[in-house]
Design a protein around this ligand. Structure first.
Ligand code: KIV
Length: 271
């Protein structure tokens, strides 16, 4: 039930059903109340409160410095705006890797303190025990394979994964292990489209692609990329649906000009 007592329209079960019926799943990142409310209204299926928060909102170079407190703060804002859709909170770096107990405790905090409906974790075989325990405890879990930004220093940069036969096999095996452990969906980031297609076909749970081609069961994008409001770096796989950076800068300039020349506030703005 949502806070108003009505059943939530999008749940883990509806997401699994979409795969069964061949319906595409839409997921976007969001980090604040207003954006979440708009996504809720227009019919997005799932919001990911991604730790990309670190890059696009907090201004870090990568996701590693993002804390549990950052994630709880922003996930709480998103869940206040999301009445219909499902909110998945990213578990930040080192909130689940050190031990199964820390994974359970931190996932529990995202659900209890921030109102998340599920969590996302990066990695494969090395975290299956944590995934198993979280799902057994009633926490819906989304996996994340391919380019996993929390391992950026291990991977040596933001680059396509799964290009060799051996690397592709490892990702396929990890996807299966995550499914076995109880994950209800898997994000596939920056892997060849053919590999993503093969994984999608072989799994009963949906794949959500980002830079993984059209055969995934759903797609996810970082909202600041989609809106054209993060100018530092745009991955090749992003489609910009708007130029909000341009629109915002124009509005900021006009405001400054009007304050300086006395046009704002006009008579209609005061009594
Ligand atoms: O943090 C994030 O936004 C993500 C998506 C890129 C999938 O993990």
């Amino acid at each position: 039930m949502s806070k108003e007592g009505k059943a939530r329209a999008v749940t883990k079960m509806t997401i699994l059903d979409k795969k069964k019926h061949g319906e595409k799943i839409t997921m976007l990142t969001a980090y604040d109340y207003s954006t979440a409310a708009m996504m809720d209204e227009v019919g997005v299926d799932m919001i990911l409160v991604g730790d990309s928060l670190g890059n696009v909102v907090l201004g870090y170079d990568n996701t590693i410095p993002v804390t549990m407190e950052d994630m709880i703060h922003h996930t709480s804002a998103v869940t206040r705006g999301a009445k219909r859709l499902m909110v998945i909170a990213d578990m930040p770096f080192m909130s689940y890797q050190a031990s199964v107990e820390s994974a359970l405790e931190n996932a529990g905090r995202l659900m209890k303190e921030a109102g998340a409906h599920g969590v996302k974790v990066e990695g494969g075989r090395e975290i299956v025990e944590a995934v198993q325990r979280m799902t057994a405890s009633g926490i819906p879990v989304v996996g994340h394979l391919g380019l996993t930004p929390q391992s950026i220093h291990q991977m040596g940069g933001f680059r396509m994964q799964g290009k060799t036969e051996e690397a592709a096999l490892r990702i396929k095996e990890d996807a299966f292990l995550l499914q076995e452990a109880g994950a209800f969906a898997i994000v596939l980031e920056a892997v060849p489209a053919a590999l993503a297609g093969e994984i999608t076909e072989s799994l009963a749970i949906p794949t959500i692609g980002i830079g993984a081609g059209p055969q995934c069961d759903g797609q996810v994008l970082v909202v600041n990329d989609l809106l054209g409001m993060y100018e530092k770096f745009t991955p090749k796989f992003v489609k910009k649906y708007a130029d909000l950076a341009g629109t915002m800068k124009k509005a900021f300039r006009e405001y400054c000009d009007e304050v300086k020349d006395g046009t704002f506030p006009g008579p209609e703005h005061y009594s």
